[in-house]
Ligand binder design. Structure first.
Ligand code: HMG
Length: 388
């Protein structure tokens, strides 16, 4: 039985900052941001968007009534959780109107959370092929104003329906994965901002990729020549390129050119959104599907997932016949086009405004946010949402 991604949907908030403008205000050469780091725009969530509303907005792009009746597993991967106890998945389950006979949970492992969710969902569907699982990666990446990591911030969510006989990607082969306890990036619960050892995190990302890639090849008797595209967790678009460059020499020139062209298609969305942590790898996969003109049914896509702390995993799947019918390129073009560019000063004001933490009440004016699901306010430490 084939198990894999049946549908995939993406949401990013309606505001963004131009990286050229951010570089100028920070006194940096814009080329450092747009070429050296490889980011053009950074998504900025208004107060009316948090990880729950973004997750629901991403899932609403793909779910039909029949799916809501068949889903009995809802997994939200996030590292931007706002509650150490209540799961973001329960809000999402309710907002989407999924039938009540479902398991719902939040998974945390830095950017690896959604991949962990997918692998759990795969096991669930193997036991219950008639059911469906909803896996969402949703995050707001925050390093702080004028920090080294600021240029890699972003916000958004990717939702995937995992099922038997999937219509987009059928997982295959044995995944390869490793865990090593390292301090490259972390966020203590008392801090709204990530702590990071930037250069070390880059080195570890590459080291984990090389380790799981070699494990994957050994386990599955595959080589780079078997891959038609490689997608990477993208904290920023240059990072995946650095990893790919490590292994390109394993293939002939024609294959190298093919993989590099696929890589360029796979970074277009991420370049204009920023790091969305758990969703970044899957946003890159979606970007590849929507923007590559070379991909064909049956092509094998390799996926490298990395979550600081750290876990690395490499797995692969093949594109299912007719997968293009499941795509929604025009909707994503509209989503990007309808975003509003804000100035660096506006971004700084939004960034510095947070929800009350003392139990007091705040009603959020979502009138400028046309997203289907918005955070409407908070009182007595409880968040409230509305669906338009
Ligand atoms: P930095 O020190 O500001 O930048 O930090 P830099 O000096 O290293 O420059 C970056 C690149 O720009 C370099 O290219 C420069 O040469 C180039 P490279 O040598 O790397 O190819 N450059 C220029 N290019 C053109 N014109 C110019 C110019 N000037 C410089 N004028 C850093 C960069 C990524 C470290 C920082 O932004 C940071 O700390 N980011 C956050 C951490 C991060 O994203 N790490 C990635 C790996 S870890 C990971 O992926 C996990 C994560 O997603 C979290 C999770 O798992 O939950 C982060």
């Amino acid at each position: 039985m084939k198990i894999g991604i049946d549908k995939i949907g993406f949401y990013t908030p309606p505001l963004y900052v131009d990286m050229n403008e951010l570089a100028e205000v920070r006194g940096d050469d814009p080329a450092k941001y747009t070429v050296g780091i490889g980011q053009s725009q950074m998504a900025v969530p208004p107060l009316s968007q948090d990880i729950v509303s973004m997750a629901a907005n991403a899932a609403l792009q793909i779910l039909e009534e029949e799916d809501k009746q068949k889903i009995d597993l809802v997994i939200v991967g996030t590292e931007s959780g706002f509650d150490a106890s209540k799961s973001a998945a329960t809000y999402v389950h309710q907002l989407l109107g999924i039938q009540p006979g479902a398991r719902s949970m939040e998974i945390k492992h830095a950017c690896y959370g959604a991949t962990a969710g997918i692998q759990m969902a795969k096991g669930h569907i193997a036991l219950h092929p008639d059911r469906k699982a909803l896996v969402i990666g949703t995050d707001i990446a925050r390093y702080g104003l004028a920090t080294g990591g600021e240029v890699t911030q972003g916000a958004g969510a990717v939702a995937m329906l995992i099922s038997a006989d999937p219509r987009i990607l059928a997982f295959e082969d044995e995944p390869a994965y490793v865990t090593h306890d390292i301090m490259d990036f972390w966020r203590p619960v008392y801090s709204p901002y990530a702590m990071v050892d930037g250069k070390y995190s880059n080195e570890q990302y590459i080291a984990f990729f090389q380790e799981v890639w070699n494990l994957y090849k050994g386990k599955n008797q595959r080589t780079l020549a078997d891959m038609d595209a490689m997608c990477f967790h993208l904290p920023y678009t240059k990072m995946g390129k650095k990893a790919l460059s490590q292994v390109l020499a394993e293939a002939d020139e024609e294959k190298q050119a093919e993989l590099l062209a696929a890589y360029e298609a796979s970074i277009l969305y991420n370049r204009n959104v920023g790091n969305i942590y758990t969703g970044s790898l899957y946003l890159s996969f979606l970007s590849l599907l929507e923007n590559s003109t070379e991909l064909a049914e049956g092509d094998r896509i390799g996926l490298f997932s990395y979550g600081s702390g750290a876990v690395g995993e490499f797995f692969a799947g093949t594109l299912v016949a007719g997968y293009r019918e499941q795509l929604a390129s025009a909707d994503y073009a509209d989503m990007f086009e309808n975003r509003r560019k804000i100035s660096v000063a506006e971004y700084e004001a939004i960034f510095s405004h947070s929800l009350p933490e003392d139990g007091s009440e705040l009603a959020i004016d979502g009138s400028e946010d046309s997203s289907a699901v918005c955070l409407s306010g908070i009182n007595t430490h409880k968040r409230h949402y509305f669906v338009k």
